[in-house]
Design a protein around this ligand. Sequence first.
Ligand code: KIV
Ligand code: ZN
Length: 508
Amino acid sequence: MNKRVYIFDTTLRDGEQSPGVSLNIQEKLEIAQQLARLGVDVIEAGFPIASPGDFEAVKAVAQKIKGPTIAALARISEKDIDRAWEAVKYAEKPRIHTFIATSDIHMKYKLKMSREEVLEAITRGVRHAKQYTEDVEFSPEDGSRTDLDFMLKVVETAIAAGATVINIPDTVGYATPDEFGNFIGAIKNRVPNMDKAILSVHCHNDLGLAVANSLAAVQNGAEQVECAVNGIGERAGNTALEEIVMALLTRQDFYGMECGITTEEIYRTSKLVSSLTGMPIQYNKAIVGKNAFAHESGIHQDGVLKERTTYEIMNPAKLGIIQNNIVLGKHSGRHAFRQRLEELGFKLSDEELVKAFIRFKNLADRKKEITDKDLEAIVEDEIRVIPEKYTLEYIHISSGNRIVPTATIGLRSDEDLSEEAACGDGPVDAVFKAIDKITQLGVCLKHYNLSAITGGKDAMGEVTVKVEYEGKPYVGRGISTDIIEASARAYVNAINKIVYETGEKAEE
Ligand code: KIV
Ligand code: ZN
């Protein structure tokens, strides 16, 4: 029988530590809900002592998400552990994850502690956490650069103090697969009380080896893999969840392992995380990239048409990848619309359905053939997870290569309709300036990205903007067949998130 590998997802903790990423509570809850649907074993919801926002997010996830274990991160100090417990104690299955660095370089320069002092801190910290919950995970930070003999002592000490999971991080992504595999094998075989805890790994991708190192660890006895959706995380990121899961499943013949993931939810989870974090997925990204199942050469296309498995080692349908088939058009009714959405796995309330249907009809007026990808984009764009202070009512542009681009914008806020006009360096700049005049928040645009959702001249454009407000990044997303309108929607979406999070009365 295959052995089980536990999937520990850290998208909401290490993933959220990606430069430029900041998720609000609603967004974290939405991702956590999707992770539960995906079937991960553990959700690391955040680092409660890091900020009041992190604390509230962990608490909300602990209170609302059922199924997976919910973990909260804490340094090994009592204060950190108390704070982590305060937030995570509401979970059905709470876990405290505590850590301290154990490499000579970290102990000398960062902690200024001796090996003995670190061992004492581990015993004290793990015992303290254990007063709160049976489920305590301990991580020796910078584990892969820790002296092996000292690491064996560290792990034995943590388990003796009550740790039930030992997680070995390759914090700086320095390890190589053979070396890391041997390191994990030595811990598994030489720590006398290792049978009392689960052995886990947490790899970073600085050399592009995070997945390979995690797989090498699994071959040498690791039972839990920490990973993040789309591989996001500090610097070059973490082990990509979708890659480790599909490697284990596609090569079950080799690894002899299984995990509890519902693979059909992988693509949707990846899209959700990309859209809410504003971190695009590279086209050639394994498993979930746009080109992952695209066959360009004639020989490959011919092969796939004759027999899919000639050039495809995974079935895209098993990942929940929506094929670009034409499904609906201008004359399709609400019933067909609802049915197709249900087939695609979207469960909308009546109110959401009405909003999405209006959007669909508007799109059908502009675009002849509506594909599944279009429907997916409409639903994701329309079903906002936060209340909207502003909605885009109308937009008028005057632009060309010999005139100053000018935009007139109408934004509705409650019952009020506000109108402003502005000139800019281009039509998008003019639109953003007109919106700024109405909302008066003084946001700073940091990043703008435009991509096509489907092919063809009438393709829908998806715009993602990243703006900064009071030093914090906010991501907005908008779609339309008109890229100026998509830009306006994305900008308004980012502003709505600021208003929601800061409680700002924009026009006051
Ligand atoms: O990379 C790392 O060492 C970590 C630990 C806190 C597990 O993220
Ligand atoms: Zn990490």
